[in-house]
Design a protein around this ligand. Structure first.
Ligand code: PGA
Length: 258
């Protein structure tokens, strides 16, 4: 891992009521509440954001959301705007997760509008990219990732580049127990950093966090986080229990010292 401060982000997906979320936060905070060498982010469902926001106050834990709409307000039944998230002290928002892309039909153009809207509202987007198994097997991984990065980040002003976080999540590894090998992940992370350098310059690109996501667990995190361009993790399944999530934070802290 590089000198970038690692980020371990928990994506709770459609799990945890507000009450359950607060319980989980208490357990996590008790174990890592003051660990400051790693940034830790919790991304609960919308309905738990308010309660979790109150529960993380005074701890080192940050708050993210899992999605938002690109418009500021209006007739968009069921949607949430950037300013609604900001009002709850949310700092980050996951955008373009593969579940949003595949189950809810989000395309690169829509995701790009959300990225721009998040940045204008001073929210940090966590832009998710990654190939399907069929695309990897057809040797299209780099092409797919290039399209998702270039289209997802179109029009992002260079001055805002360092507010971006990218998550490389090979779709075939999400929730499947299969992980990319550290070498496979590093190859794509290095490619993403090259694309970021082309768009924003090498200096800014060297400061942008690129997280790995896809069945990251305490038993494989060490090797993944040892790679040069892997700056942390976007964690689904293993973020739902305090023990595995806290272990991941501690592994990231240790990888900084190694
Ligand atoms: P997983 O999910 O850790 O359960 O594979 C990661 C994600 O979808 O962000």
């Amino acid at each position: 891992m590089s000198k970038r401060t690692p980020l371990i982000a928990g994506n709770w997906k459609m799990n945890k009521t507000a009450t359950e979320g607060v319980e989980l936060v208490k357990e996590i905070a008790a174990a890592v509440g003051t660990e400051s060498s790693v940034n830790v982010l919790l991304c609960p469902p919308f309905t738990a954001l308010s309660a979790v926001s109150a529960a993380v106050e005074g701890t080192h834990l940050g708050l993210g959301a899992q999605n938002m709409h690109d418009k500021a307000s209006g007739a968009f039944t069921g949607e949430i705007s950037a300013s609604m998230l900001r009002d709850l002290y949310v700092t980050h928002v996951i955008l373009g997760h593969s579940e949003r892309r595949s189950l809810f039909g989000e395309n690169d153009a829509f995701i790009n509008r959300k990225v721009l809207a998040a940045l204008s509202a001073s929210l940090k987007p966590i832009l998710c990219v990654g190939e399907l198994l069929s695309e990897r097997e057809a040797n299209q991984t780099m092409e797919v990732v290039r399209r998702q990065i270039e289209q997802g980040l179109a029009g992002v002003p260079a001055a805002k580049a360092e507010s971006l976080v990218i998550a490389y999540e090979p779709v075939w590894a999400i929730g499947t127990g299969k992980t990319a090998t550290p070498a496979m992940a590093q190859e794509v992370h290095a490619f993403i950093r090259k694309l970021l350098a082309q768009q924003f310059g090498a200096e800014s690109a060297s400061r942008i966090l690129i997280l790995y996501g896809g069945s990251m667990k305490p038993d494989n995190a060490d090797a993944l986080l040892a790679e040069q361009d892997i700056d942390g993790g976007l964690i689904g399944g293993a973020s739902l229990e305090a023990k595995s999530f806290v272990d991941l934070v501690q592994i990231a802290a240790k990888s900084l010292r190694d």
